[in-house]
Ligand binder design. Structure first.
Ligand SMILES: NC(=O)c1ccc[n+]([C@@H]2O[C@H](COP(=O)([O-])OP(=O)(O)OC[C@H]3O[C@@H](n4cnc5c(N)ncnc54)[C@H](OP(=O)(O)O)[C@@H]3O)[C@@H](O)[C@H]2O)c1
Length: 254
């Protein structure tokens, strides 16, 4: 049976590369973001059937409606990836960029994550869910967080804090799923630097291409991993910040 995936934030970067990778693996893909033209162009180039949904995740009510419409329009949805995210350097601590970051990375992320769980749980309780073969998951939710979640960032405080929210939210969902009958896998992805629009053309250390990131995320999905650093070496940075006293971390970051 053909598998289906929804990627929210599929119009560029990691989400786009992952959508392409999933389609190459036979998934039908639902592509969601604000830039409809880009989503259409990406969808037309995929080898499998593609569906397009325009949504601004900060408009949480309409974004959730668009998510459910998309999921209902697709033959199957086995996987939901929330890659939509934003971040801006904001050394002057203006409220606008901080608010936007929280709106997309916290409100928007949570709106879609809860919609995905609701969709999977409802299906698991339905006849189709009960007839599913043993060993099949009832669903798989993947959240794209960041290694930035591991430390406070003086230049973009809301970004790093929002990603810490994503990590902890997904951890909470994993604990919640453990006690429930629906078998839903939850994967947290923490990329380091990836060469996307978000990196703004800078040549940063240990920078991965979106294709490499997508390949590693795809493998983590196939292996039903709870957590993955992309690329793997970024776990060293996570460990470093876990061990460093705040005074030394501050000297490194300012
Ligand atoms: N690049 C990195 O170095 C890096 C490192 C760690 C984590 N990440 C995370 O990876 C994820 C993907 O980022 P990327 O690097 O691939 O950057 P990107 O190319 O800028 O992609 C961001 C995606 O999010 C979507 N998006 C942004 N605001 C949205 C909104 N209000 N509603 C719906 N979709 C929205 C964008 O689509 P539209 O503009 O069309 O809406 C786009 O598809 C983000 O969560 C980011 O925090 C990136």
């Amino acid at each position: 049976m053909t598998r289906g995936a929804i990627v929210v934030g599929a119009s560029s970067g990691i989400g786009e590369a992952l959508a392409r990778r999933l389609a190459a693996d036979g998934y039908e893909v639902g592509l969601a973001a604000r830039r409809t033209d880009r989503l259409r162009a990406i969808g037309e180039a995929l080898p499998t059937r593609a569906y397009v949904a325009t949504m601004d995740v900060t408009e949480t009510r309409t974004a959730r409606e668009a998510f459910f419409e998309l999921a209902d329009a697709m033959d199957r949805v086995d996987l939901v990836v929330v890659s939509a995210g934003t971040g801006a350097l904001n050394r002057d601590l203006e409220w606008g960029p901080e608010r936007e970051t929280i709106a997309v990375n916290v409100d928007g992320f949570t709106a879609i994550a809860t919609a995905a769980i609701e969709f999977f749980e409802e299906r698991a309780g339905s006849e189709a869910g009960r007839d599913a073969p043993d060993g099949d998951l009832d669903g798989h939710l993947v959240g794209i967080s960041s290694v930035a979640s591991r430390f406070g960032n003086p230049g973009a405080p809301a970004y790093n804090a929002s990603k810490a929210f994503v990590n902890n939210y997904l951890r909470g969902l994993r604990h919640r799923q453990h006690a429930r009958s629906a078998d839903i896998a939850i994967t947290t992805v923490e990329p380091g630097f990836v060469d996307t629009d978000m990196a703004m053309g800078e040549n940063l250390f240990w920078m991965a291409s979106p294709e490499t990131a997508a390949a590693q995320i795809h493998r983590a999905i196939e292996n039903r991993r709870r957590h993955v650093y992309v690329t793997r070496r970024w776990r060293l940075i996570a460990w470093l910040f876990a061990l460093l006293p705040e005074s030394i971390a501050r000297r490194l970051l300012t």
